[in-house]
Design a protein around this ligand. Sequence first.
Ligand code: SF4
Ligand code: SF4
Length: 364
Amino acid sequence: MVSPYSQFRPSFRCSRRSFLKGCGMVAAALGLSSEMVPSLVEAAASNTRPSVIWLHFQECTGCSEGLLRASHPDLASLILDIISLDYHETVMAAAGRQAEEALKSALEKGRGRYICVVEGGIPTKDGGIYCKIAGKTALELLHEVAGPAAAVIAIGTCASYGGIQAAHPNPTGAKGVGDILEGVPVVNVPGCPPNPISFLGTVLHYLTFKRLPECDALGRPLFAYGRKIHDHCERRPHFDEGRFAERFGDEGHKSGFCLYKVGCKGPSTYSNCPAVRFNDAGVWPVYTGHGCVGCTEPGFWDTMTPFYERLPDVPIPGDRGIVSSAEGAGKTVLGVTAAAMAVHAAVGIGKRLVKGSSKEKKGE
Ligand code: SF4
Ligand code: SF4
């Protein structure tokens, strides 16, 4: 039997099997129905790959590293099959004047049609002098390159909200792309680094539906950031039953109990980490025994620290686990806690201002 996908591009950087597998993973992450998968594959396999100009500002290159080292399937190859990466300072061979010419040429070739990806925060203090490339400030480059783009994707928490550079006292006045650009559609894909599937899903959504995905009030695509970590964490049953790790290495920790008391910020963090996981090992931080540090939230370096202290104001069940010194043991009945959690969830939902139509949710 001939595969319905057999007409799609015969020569992939990644194998055809990996290509289809990757598209399937993205379709699942986007919450698309199976009828929409061929459209997504068709968009991904189109010969007219969109030009992408990738800018680096105040950052550690972890977002590019996270993307390019992703595997199972080879997501880096998949991304390079889907887009035409015309400018990316970290991976391109050109340097110096050649690199400047590459940027000029990409701008002229794709004016108004390219996607601009920004990695890193943008310093705005003192005229933006704290980050300069080829004699231009990051601010100037952002306006020059992202201004005429068809769409802008801010990859990582630095480009989305300023990141660690914007942590108190924010000496360079670092900001995220969306706080600077006006009149240009910007979607934030935060994380430190973000999951490659969230970036790829955003790109493929744009290619398939010709528009950016539906976002929350913080500019994050709902398909990836629509739920709290805490609401789909595999340790949640332990939280609900009051079983906690009190210290790293104690019996509760060894038993895989909830990490809230050792600082997990999952109850205040929106991301798909428990569902999508990372790399070919299928793991994510909480699975390995470390709490979420809330890296997808704006200002997490200020608001989620100290990382190893518990979040305030999270109603927790009575501690009934094996840890004898558990604080508040037996003081809170589970019924009260369940009601409190419902309120907590409702407040969280209320915070999210949904933009645009809800068409995708209904089964695109
Ligand atoms: S507090 Fe953290 S470890 Fe515990 S259930 Fe929530 S997300 Fe999972
Ligand atoms: S588990 Fe939390 S800190 Fe870790 S990557 Fe996901 S959102 Fe970021």
